[in-house]
Ligand binder design. Structure first.
Ligand code: FAD
Length: 289
């Protein structure tokens, strides 16, 4: 973990672009609540194949123009170089300087590929097209990506993304902190030392968490699963237990030298803010980009 201690810590919140006017209003209220704790940036997801293209752009620009730096996610699968270049130009014109570059997952039946097949190809294309205009974040998988041929291959893929020009990474969420420490150690041994920021999923709803974790390959440890199952419909107990577990995890990560935290908010403020306050992050110095 030594390599991670040299970096300034950054704290960020992720949103998805709302579909309806009601969703937009709700996100505005969530944004206002989260802006009060003064994060370093927000990020906004992008549906693979461009399915949320316009909504992502609207959300990014609206958040960015309200004064907190905002990073669009950009996934390349199913897209073309031309469509990616258009987005990059638009973001550059609007003063965006950070991008989360991903492959994305197409829904089954929508085919595969496109001109840029993997995230490392997208990172190379962004560098080729936009030089150093963007700080490029890529995804990292301490518990390994579900489609990776092997753990070794997945690590090599991560290194490919770094060599292509990624500046830093955000991890898939995990509840086994040792997987993160081990991942960082492996990277250090391979000579890779960019900030790898843990992605944090607050626990608020067990059914959704279990379904999503199954899809993205994040393991819910048995002791957490059993306890959440035992709470059944008691959402207040799930909330309290979840907050305690995730706060404890974040404490361990930060104590060991993790270079910040990235919260998957799912467009809800309370759980993230509670963890934030438990960690005493309100007192931190904000970094400047
Ligand atoms: P890649 O790094 O390209 O890797 C994908 C898989 O291919 C891995 O298994 C890798 O080992 C393998 N691989 C890579 N290169 C090769 C190669 N040359 N040959 C063979 N195999 C290879 N999804 C969205 O659709 N929109 C979002 O906004 C979004 N945001 C995310 C944010 C974060 C922080 C994270 C962690 C994930 C996000 N995702 C998002 C999900 C992500 O798109 C999926 O996990 C996707 O399956 C992989 O994307 P990637 O960028 O990690 O892909």
């Amino acid at each position: 973990m030594e390599s991670q201690k040299q970096f300034n810590r950054r704290f960020s919140f992720e949103f998805f672009p709302p579909k309806t006017d009601q969703g937009k209003e709700k996100l505005q209220a969530v944004r206002d609540q989260l802006a009060e704790v003064n994060p370093d940036f927000f990020s906004v997801t992008f549906g693979a194949g461009g399915s949320t293209r316009d909504r992502t752009i609207d959300t990014v620009l609206s958040l960015h123009n309200q004064g907190i730096s905002t990073a669009p996610h950009l996934s390349c699968i199913g897209g073309s170089r031309e469509s990616v270049a258009e987005l990059l130009d638009l973001y550059m014109e609007n003063g965006i300087n950070r991008i989360v570059a991903l492959r994305g997952d197409l829904p089954s039946g929508m085919g595969a590929g496109g001109e840029l097949r993997y995230a490392n190809e997208l990172v190379s294309f962004i560098r080729e097209h936009s030089g150093d205009a963007f700080n490029i974040e890529v995804a990292a998988y301490p518990e390994f990506h579900p489609q990776a041929r092997s753990a070794e291959d997945d690590l090599k893929n991560f290194v490919r993304k770094v060599k292509a020009g990624a500046n830093s990474a955000i991890t898939q969420y995990f509840f086994n902190v040792d997987s993160y420490f081990y991942f960082i150690d492996r990277l250090e041994k391979m000579g890779v030392t960019i900030p790898v920021v843990p992605g944090i999923m607050p626990i608020v709803n067990y059914t959704n968490l279990a379904r999503f974790s199954e899809m993205c390959g994040a393991e819910i440890p048995r002791w957490i699963r059993k306890q959440l199952e035992a709470y059944g419909d008691d959402s207040e107990s799930i909330r309290q237990f979840g907050e305690e577990v995730v706060t404890g995890m974040c404490e361990k990560l930060l104590e060991a030298g993790a270079p910040g935290l990235h919260f998957y908010t799912l467009n809800q403020a309370t759980a993230s803010v509670n963890i934030w306050n438990n960690l005493g992050l309100a007192q931190r110095d904000k970094i400047s980009f």
